[in-house]
Design a protein around this ligand. Sequence first.
Ligand code: ADP
Ligand code: ZN
Length: 520
Amino acid sequence: MSLGIREAREALKLYFGYEQFRPMQEQIISDILQQKDVLVLMPTGGGKSVCYQVPAVVMPGLCVVVSPLIALMKDQVEALLVNGIPAAYLNSSQTADEQYKIEEKVLAGQLKLLYVSPEKLLSAGFFSFLKRLQVSLFAVDEAHCISAWGHDFRPEYTQLRALKQQFPAIPVVALTATADKLTQKDIQEQLQLRQPKVFLSSFDRPNINLTVLPGQNRFNKITDFLSRRTGQPGIIYCLSRKATESLSAKLRENGYNATFYHAGMSAQQRAKAQEAFLRDDVQIVCATIAFGMGIDKSNVRWVIHYNLPKNIEGYYQEIGRAGRDGAKSDALLFYSFADVMNLRTMLSDNDKAQNELQLVKLERMQQFAEATFCRRRILLQYFGEQMGKDCGNCDICRNPPSCFDGTLIAQKALSAVARSQEKLNMSLLVDVLRGSRNSQVLAGGYDRIKTYGAGRDIGTLDWHRYLHQMLNAGLFELAYDQNYTLKLTALSKQVLFDGRKIELVKFEDAKQQTEALQKE
Ligand code: ADP
Ligand code: ZN
C-alpha cells in the first residue's frame, strides 16, 4: 500500500461517508500524495472533487483550488463545511472586509481548502501571500479553460502557467470533464506539469441513445417524440434566447408543460425555472446552453438539440445531462445545413485564429451529424477513447445505411462545378444540376453549361445530402468566402479524370428514421 492511502481511505469514510474509492480515485490520490502532478479527465458526476479534497484533508497545509465558476464555489464550500472540513473561498463577489477575515483564517492555519477565482489568484500580492503559507496542493478545476483549443477558452487562465514557476515544488492536479486530445496536451504543457500521469476515465454513457434527424418539420417531430414520453422530464437546447421563448410558448399552446431558460433572464426568473424543473413541476425546459451547469437532476430522460451545437464538447456535455441515473435515455439532434451556415456567421465575430479553430470544431460536429458509422465511436474517439465495437444504441447501429456506387452522381456534380469555374455554392449547384431557371442560374449563364439539368432525376433534398457526403469525403472544399463556394480538390480530380470510384450512402428518408426511433 502506498504512502498515505490508508489515511486517505479513512478520510473518505470519516468526512464523506463513502466506503470505498471509485475506480481511478485511489490511484489519482495515491499519486498526489506522492507529490506527483496529475491530469484528471472524468465526466461530470464522475467524482473529481474527491480526488483533491481527500488529499487536502490528509496532507499538511492548505490546498488551493482554482475555479472559474464563482457561482459554484459557494456550493462546494458549503458542502465541505457540512462534512466538517474547514474551507472557504475568495473571489470578487466579496467585500474587502470579508476577504480580509478569510485571509486571517488562512494565515492562522485554520483552513484545509481555499477556493479562488483565477483573477484572485493572479491579483497583486496574492502569490507572496501564498508564499507565507504551507501550500500542500494546487487543484486547477475546469482545466480545459486554459487551452485555446478548448471550447471554453478563458484568456486569464493562461496565466496559470505562473504557478509552476512560482511554486515548483508543489504538486498540481488539473481536472476537467471535457477535453479533446489537443486540449489535453495543451493543459499539460501550459501548466508545465512534470511527467504527469493522465487519468482518462471512460466518457461512455451507454444508456443514452443517440439519434440525428433532418431538421425539416422539427416541431412535428418533437411532438411525435414527446407523445411517447408523457411526463418524462427533458431539455430542448436552442441556439437563441428568442427561440427558447417561442418554442416553449408553442409547446404550451399544444398542451405541454414547458418553460424556458436563458442568460437574459433575471437571476430570480432563472432560479424559478430551474427549481420548477428540479421539482418536476415542469416537464420541459427550452433553454440555451446557459442551462445545466451545476444542475443535479438524475432523472432527465431526454435531451433534444433543436439546433446543431457549435462543437462536440458542448454537445457531449449537454446530452450528458440525460440519464445520470443510468436508466435508458434519449439524445435527439436536429441537423440542417441552414444551422451550419448560421453558426458560421456567428463564429465570424471571433478573431481570426479563434474563428478558424471554431470552424474546424464545427466541421467535426457536422461530420458527426452526417456520420455513416456508429456515432458513439466518433464521440469517444474525439475524446481519445477507443471503443472495441459498435455501440448498438445509436440510430446508425440500429439502422445501418446502405451504400451504392455513387460515382456517376459525384461526376455530375463535380463536372458542373468545374464547368462553372468553381463559382457555385451548394444551393446554386443543386439548381444548376436540377435545371432550375431561377434568376441566379440565368444571370450566371449556367443554363448553357453541359451538365445543366443532368441531375433532374434526384430531388433537391437528396442532392444536398449527397453533396454533404461528398464534402465530408473530401471531394469538395468549401471556400470561406461570403458565398461558401465549392472548390475542387485533388480527390475530386481523380474522380473526374482518373476513373476513381465513389461510394455514397443511401439515406433513409426522414419518415423511416422516425419510425426507427419509434420501434425503440
Ligand atoms: P464531478 O466533480 O466529477 O462532477 P463530484 O465530485 O461532484 O463529480 O462527484 C459526483 C458525486 O459522486 C457526488 O455526489 C459525490 O459525493 C459522489 N462520489 C464521489 N466519490 C464517491 C465515492 N468514492 N463513493 C461514492 N460516491 C462518491
Ligand atoms: Zn452506435
